[in-house]
Design a protein. Structure first.
Ligand code: ZN
Ligand code: ZN
Ligand code: FE
Length: 747
């Protein structure tokens, strides 16, 4: 028998997934001696013993590894035997450079659920039950390596029984860092009118009782607080809207299980699979039966999700209605995560607050997923997915920090062959979100011990993130790289779909607004792009946004501007909902402003074209949240409509004059007009793709959250032999920008 010693260093998702106990069991089984430990780079293993057994060990390391584990790289060295006596799990080692991946928060597993509702189990109805296969990760880690003293669980001393589980390699809770029980772990507290009035099970009973009475409760979760109320109680839901100052933007609804969810909605098989995945995102599904009318007013879909923490399961089991679970904050502010912050900021919004004493290390909103063109895409990639990396088919040359855009911000860290997009930060339009952005960047830099060698931002001079990046670059003395908004969108979808370095695509970047190279507002762009450069090939003929920012919130202003382009002053005499929306004196004024172009920038934005259609069809004249009009137009789509309106291409400009004449003509049949309009846009893509003649067409930008539009484009293009690249790992909207920026800045 030849004795050998192998030293194996693994990188990837190997901490917090039960990797060490797996290695321990495998080594024992194969009669190998040595040790396994977590270090800052991943997992380090030494095995000594029979050469053949070592070979088996190396193979099974990959084939039998725990389900959540991902090995990204392996270093292997054979050394002379040392004479180890046994195999052991050693204490974690700190290394100079951190390269380990952190796991996202995982939904409660089936085993834990069974125990949670088993009256004989010692964790019966214990809202913090978890094991190696489930529970919080990203939101409790303070520093690496992932070990209990480095998490917010450090203040809880495990009781004897918990400690026995934690140290037994055969136990499901072996090194489950948040392991706890009612004897030794975190607890619920019920807070009302300035004081704590109940604890533990009593707090839970009060919470359930108040929800049943139609009250609004703030409930501390995994990545922050939710505001909860009965989703079938219109009085409660509309009061929540009033208090939260959120007019119509849909609320997410948590259902007990798929059975209850299917009473109210009609998820497809794919949507069901997404709903029950350990990530447990909010999934946009079609309504079947109305919940309280103000849950998602005027929309076909509702954001639905299933319980993902033990407390959620307990709540939904105890009440017999689905529950609105929306982030605990005032509109436009970051989600609240700390107890004292909650009692200050949420006491006005909620009738009572349910706190617990497991601190949340960093805020992380719920993620949102929608099936678009047959493929799930992120509307928001956050809790459950962050901080998993996007793997690149090439290596970055330097460590890069990309700050993202302004709306729906995420930032990203890129190095080697990976980019880690941050959790959802939000719209950075006020001081509190800017502060949250600043804190979150510093937090992830600290967590990953990441020293950026370059920083990337948008070209827009007035984005807060651009200013932040300029200052950061100056302070650190590192280069600042600015990337044009729509190019960053296309870079993002290129990286997202794994396009190799050196290839190029026809990039279709359609969104609300972005700062163009020529100082106008872009948003309907066709770009020839590779990872190093781009060229603007075609765009929609620009039109005026009357009143600038105001036009972004008032589709009627965009529509009347298009009417002025089509009919001149005659537009004012037209019998159209758009015109009627304005008072007679306003109409005259708007015409003059349009003529002179005062505070009316030119744009090619497709997002605004959708707004204009909504206005012309009389569906929506003013928005109460971003994207609302486009969603309503999307909802009108009828797949049985196959034809489209005419359009013309002059030089590099796509002229939709005839398209809009068609929309106006069909205005009494909004569904027909909306369907033909969407088909027209898809035909535009096909026509340009044919003219340009590049094989790969990549779609990115917020407009491509539109399911029928993406469906039609794929149908038309694939029919003519084109390959269509779309997003799957990050969002096509502005939250996906940071990936594109990171890739550009890292190369
Ligand atoms: Zn579990
Ligand atoms: Zn315990
Ligand atoms: Fe954009």
């Amino acid at each position: 028998m030849s004795v050998k010693r192998a030293k194996i260093s693994l990188k990837g998702l190997v901490q917090g997934v039960g990797f060490r106990p797996f290695v321990y069991r495998l080594a024992k089984e194969l009669n190998l001696k040595g040790y396994v430990l977590n270090d800052g780079r991943g997992v380090l293993i030494e095995v000594e013993g029979d050469a053949e057994n070592i070979a088996t060990f190396l193979k099974r390391l990959h084939t039998d590894k725990p389900p959540a584990a991902r090995i990204l790289s392996q270093e292997l060295k054979f050394l002379s035997p040392k004479g180890y006596k046994d195999f052991e799990i050693r204490k974690s080692q700190k290394t100079a450079e951190t390269e380990v991946l952190v796991l996202p928060d995982l939904a409660t597993c089936e085993d834990c659920l069974r125990e949670l509702f088993d009256p004989a189990d010692r964790r019966y109805m214990y809202p913090f039950i978890n094991c190696t296969n489930c529970g919080p990760r990203f939101t409790i880690i303070e520093r690496l390596p992932y070990d209990r003293p480095n998490t917010t669980m450090k203040k809880f001393q495990m009781c004897e029984e918990c400690y026995r589980e934690y140290t037994d390699p055969k136990n499901r809770r072996f090194h489950a860092q948040p392991n706890a029980c009612p004897k030794c772990g975190p607890k619920l507290y019920y807070w009302e009118r300035g004081e704590i009035t109940a604890e533990g099970n009593e707090a839970f009973e009060k919470l359930v009782g108040e929800l049943k009475k139609g009250k609004i409760l703030a409930v501390k979760g995994i990545g922050g607080f939710h505001l909860m109320c009965d989703a079938t109680n219109e009085k409660a839901v509309s009061l929540l809207r009033e208090r939260k100052r959120r007019k119509e933007k849909p609320f997410a609804v948590m259902f007990r299980d798929l059975t209850q969810l299917e009473e109210y909605t009609s998820p497809t098989e794919l949507e069901k699979a997404l709903l029950i995945s350990p990530e447990r995102p909010i999934v946009l599904v079609e309504k079947r039966r109305e919940l309280a009318p103000s849950v998602a007013p005027g929309l076909k879909r509702v954001g639905a999700f299933l319980p993902y923490s033990p407390l959620h399961h307990m709540i939904l089991e105890a009440v017999d209605f689905p529950v609105v679970a929306t982030s605990g904050n005032l509109s436009e502010e970051p989600i609240v995560k700390d107890n004292d912050e909650a009692t200050k900021r949420l006491s006005e919004l909620a009738d009572a607050i349910v706190l617990h004493d497991r601190d949340i290390a960093r805020r992380c909103d719920d993620g949102v997923v929608k099936v678009v063109g047959g493929v799930p895409i992120y509307i928001r990639r956050s809790r459950g997915a962050t901080p998993l990396p996007i793997l690149l088919p090439f290596g970055l040359k330097r460590k890069v920090l990309a700050v993202g855009g302004m709306l729906k911000n995420t930032f990203a860290l890129g190095w080697g062959n990976r980019v880690i997009p941050s959790q959802h930060i939000g719209d950075i339009e006020n001081l509190s979100t800017l502060r949250s952005f600043d804190e979150s960047v510093r937090d992830l830099l600290r967590l990953f011990e990441f020293e950026p060698e370059a920083i990337v931002c948008d070209l827009h001079p007035r984005y807060e993130t651009t200013r932040w990046a300029e200052e950061f670059a100056k302070k650190r003395g590192i280069p600042l790289i600015k990337v044009q908004h729509h190019y960053a969108h296309i870079l993002s979808v290129m990286a997202d779909s794994g396009l190799p370095f050196g290839e190029e695509v026809l990039g279709v970047a359609w969104d609300g607004t972005g700062y163009g190279l020529d100082g106008t507002v872009w948003g309907g762009e066709f770009l020839r792009a590779n990872y190093q450069t781009f060229e603007r090939l075609f765009y929609f003929k620009p039109f005026r946004l009357i009143g600038g920012e105001r036009a972004v919130k008032e589709p009627s202003r965009v529509a009347i501007s298009i009417l002025f382009d089509l009919f001149g002053e005659e537009a004012l005499k037209l019998d159209l909902p758009t015109v009627e929306y304005f008072k007679p004196f306003e109409r005259e004024l708007l015409f003059k402003v349009h003529q002179k172009g005062i505070n009316s920038p030119l744009t090619s934005s497709v997002g605004r074209l959708f707004d204009a259609v909504a206005s012309l069809l009389g569906i929506r004249q003013k928005l109460s949240f971003e994207g609302q009009a486009a969603m309503m137009v999307e909802d009108l789509f009828d797949p049985s409509v196959g034809d489209a309106y005419p359009f013309t291409i002059k030089g590099r400009e796509i002229d939709l004059s005839e398209t809009f004449l068609g929309v106006i003509e069909d205005r009494n049949n909004p569904s027909l007009a909306a369907s033909r309009f969407i088909n027209t846009l898809a035909r535009v893509v096909l026509e340009i793709a044919k003219r340009v003649g590049m094989e790969k067409v990549a779609l990115s930008g917020g407009v491509f959250q539109n399911d029928p539009l993406v469906g039609r484009i794929k149908e038309y293009l694939k029919g003519e032999g084109f390959e269509v690249l779309t997003h799957s790992q990050v969002s096509p909207n502005d939250s996906g920008l940071s990936l594109g920026q990171a890739v550009y800045g890292g190369l």
